[in-house]
Ligand binder design. Structure first.
Ligand SMILES: *[C@@H]1O[C@H](CO)[C@@H](O)[C@H](O)[C@H]1NC(C)=O
Ligand SMILES: *[C@@H]1O[C@H](CO)[C@@H](O)[C@H](O)[C@H]1NC(C)=O
Ligand SMILES: *[C@@H]1O[C@H](CO)[C@@H](O)[C@H](O)[C@H]1NC(C)=O
Ligand SMILES: *[C@@H]1O[C@H](CO)[C@@H](O)[C@H](O)[C@H]1NC(C)=O
Ligand SMILES: *[C@@H]1O[C@H](CO)[C@@H](O)[C@H](O)[C@H]1NC(C)=O
Length: 610
């Protein structure tokens, strides 16, 4: 029965496909798939790589005339800023009736009308938008010629020679995910080193087939003599007031009324880093933070955490917005308001993200997670935190590219607590009924430790943690500037930044050439401004900023908007595929190949059985 059904299905399929063959006068054109595995690029270095070409359909095996490989560096930047003098209508109280549950969520039963305000966010008379792509360079060489037999996949060697120039590293994160409609003040940038197989078919048709992407590992020279070891930093309430909705404004007013800033305690930290503030990736960062109270007020220190963060600032967009009259753009797209701060990691084969690919032992995978941030309780009696953080190998190095600047910071976050009475004043809705246990909260440490003995979740000798702590706390921050550099040998030659006039571009060559070329071409960037209609289709989409509406209806940007940078982060990362080859050879899974070191032009191509 099963067989009969299968043959019926097959018959139907054949019927369908032969029917469509009859209908279409041209058969489906031959397709090609392409892969690159290659070492990362770095200055004054030759990266080895291999291109693999395969045709999925047997009848296409002899349809390819030649294949070239192209590598290109593309950078992208975009912004949306408020034109000078433009006014966005204020959100107005509305006469609409209050939806049920509204007050519990919003903390007030006043309903606001966002319509005029929201409509203005996609009004082209008020906003300036622009997006452009900068193709820094392309380099291309023919790797396969003379109508090869592709009945089996072909693998062929190439190298990329890089002059003494630092190009930008690639970041893994794709911050586009956080875009929601409507887009407010906005800047975004991205960049990508991509390989394309340029396939010429025997009928003359030429097709660019994406073959993967790579990254650049810049060499940074720094004088460790200039490192600093000790700082005093002041903790501040760095809340970013992005959301200026009436509900948030009311919250801020209530907080200031119940917990006036002048009455709060002040805290500073003295921070000492054992090895100073120039950090090498892969090493550990050891230091001590001591929190001091410089003014006694209504808040008490509770715990502290230390973490490594990177702040990105799209300086190109900020300069254009400043010139266009948007004076607030700089702050709203810089730290702490910039959404690009956290979680950015460089693309890197050594990254934890790819670790499982190289694990021989499945169980190891679970154990190998690195903690970037720890928390420790602090008090006046015990104000120290001796920390040790591993600097992950993929921590972004400080680098300024055409559109953006990345800077590393050590972020100290201090949680401070205020009294239950203040909490009740700030959020009366959360304290409609008395929470049992509140009355036992005490600031006396001995008494708090005794309370802890009678709570099954508290560690022996520690203070009890109040159920209401979350509602009585606020987080203060302080930042220490640090510099992250790549470990390893310091380059001996002076290395030029890629935006310096006269900078040279890499060269891709066929074969396994490991000699530097006699010369490199100059960098000649090509700019392409995206059509305004397309930029607007992406950045001027309508939507609501009403927090109540947004809670009910999270509107992501429509997925099908045009986006020149859409494929920047797509495709295989050639560095991981190369590392797989190296590891497979070491483990005897692939035969060890002795490298042919010849400066000549000999094309090294070989077949690998499927
Ligand atoms: C609410 O206000 C609008 C205009 O401000 C008015 O047209 C409408 O009749 C009002 N509705 C109620 C129920 O008062
Ligand atoms: C930090 O402040 C303390 C107390 O005022 C002072 O003793 C110390 O020298 C300061 N350290 C630095 C690096 O300024
Ligand atoms: C931007 O931030 C700085 C530092 O916090 C502040 O002094 C300045 O007033 C801000 N500018 C605007 C326009 O808000
Ligand atoms: C959700 O938002 C979209 C776009 O703003 C809108 O078209 C839709 O009506 C909203 N749905 C609800 C249930 O509010
Ligand atoms: C606009 O975007 C569409 C869809 O991505 C694309 O096909 C078209 O070429 C773009 N137009 C211009 C002028 O760039």
């Amino acid at each position: 029965m099963k067989t009969l059904l299968a043959s019926l299905l097959l018959a139907a399929l054949f019927a369908a496909s032969s029917a469509s063959d009859v209908e279409t006068t041209h058969p489906e054109p031959c397709a090609v798939r392409a892969w690159v595995r290659a070492e990362d690029l770095s200055p004054d270095h030759i990266s080895r790589g291999e291109l693999r070409i395969k045709v999925p359909r047997a009848e296409c095996a002899n349809q390819i005339a030649s294949v070239a490989l192209r590598l290109q560096l593309d950078e992208f930047g975009e912004f949306k800023y408020l034109k000078g003098g433009a006014i966005i209508p204020e959100v107005q109280p509305s006469n609409q009736s209050t939806p049920s549950g509204y007050a519990d969520w919003m903390g007030s039963d006043v309903v606001y009308d966002y319509q005029a305000h929201d409509d203005s966010l996609s009004d082209p008379a008020l906003w300036a938008v622009k997006a452009e792509e900068r193709r820094a360079w392309t380099t291309e060489a023919t790797l396969i010629e003379n109508n090869p037999d592709l009945s089996q996949p072909i693998v062929t060697a190439f190298t990329v020679a890089v002059p003494c120039v630092n190009y930008p590293p690639v970041l893994q994160s794709n911050h586009r995910h956080i875009l929601r409609a409507p887009v407010l003040k906005h800047s975004f940038s991205d960049l990508s080193y991509r390989y394309f197989a340029v396939v010429t078919f025997i009928d003359g048709r030429i097709e660019d087939v994406p073959a993967g992407r790579t990254t650049f590992i810049p060499s940074l020279q720094l004088n460790p003599q200039q490192t600093l070891r000790t700082w005093n930093v002041t903790f501040e309430d760095f809340d970013c007031r992005r959301d200026t909705s009436p509900a948030m404004k009311k919250r801020d007013e209530d907080l200031e009324k119940c917990l006036p800033e002048v009455d709060r305690s002040s805290f500073v930290a003295e921070i000492t880093l054992e090895e100073g503030n120039i950090l090498q990736r892969g090493q550990s960062l050891k230091g001590r933070v001591t929190v001091r109270r410089t003014k006694d007020g209504s808040t008490a220190m509770s715990d502290i955490s230390v973490s490594l963060v990177t702040s990105f600032r799209d300086h190109w967009a900020q300069a254009q917005a400043a010139a266009g009259g948007d004076v607030e753009f700089y702050n709203s797209t810089s730290w702490p308001c910039s959404p690009l701060l956290y979680g950015s990691r460089e693309l890197c084969a050594e990254s934890e993200r790819f670790a499982y690919v190289f694990d021989e032992n499945d169980e190891e995978r679970m154990i190998r997670s690195r903690h970037l941030s720890f928390m420790k309780p602090v008090s006046l009696a015990d104000p120290y935190y001796d920390f040790e953080i591993e600097v992950p190998p993929e921590t972004p190095v400080d680098f300024t590219s055409y559109y953006t600047t990345g800077e590393s910071l050590l972020q100290l976050r201090l949680t401070v607590l205020y009294s239950i009475d203040i909490a009740k004043c700030v959020q009366p809705n959360d304290f409609k009924s008395n929470i049992p246990g509140d009355e036992e909260m005490t600031t006396d440490e001995t008494a708090a430790t005794e309370e802890g003995m009678w709570n099954m979740y508290t560690r022996v000798g520690k203070s009890a943690i109040s159920d209401t702590e979350w509602s009585r706390s606020m987080t203060l921050q302080a930042m220490v500037p640090i510099t992250v550099v790549r470990g390893g040998a310091v380059p001996t030659l002076p290395i030029m930044h890629y935006l310096t006039p006269g900078a040279l571009a890499p060269v891709l060559r066929s074969g396994a050439q490991l000699k530097m070329p006699a010369s490199f071409p100059p960098v000649q960037p090509i700019f392409t401004v995206e059509a305004l209609a397309n930029t607007s289709a992406r950045l001027m989409q309508p939507g609501s900023t009403d927090p109540y509406q947004r809670r009910m209806n999270i509107t992501r940007l429509q997925r099908d908007y045009p986006d020149p940078a859409r494929n920047y982060q797509n495709g295989n990362y050639a560095g991981v595929l190369w590392k797989k080859k190296v590891v497979a050879e070491e483990r005897g899974i692939l035969p060890m190949r002795t490298e042919v070191v010849d400066g000549g032009d000999r094309q090294q191509s070989f077949h690998i059985a499927p």
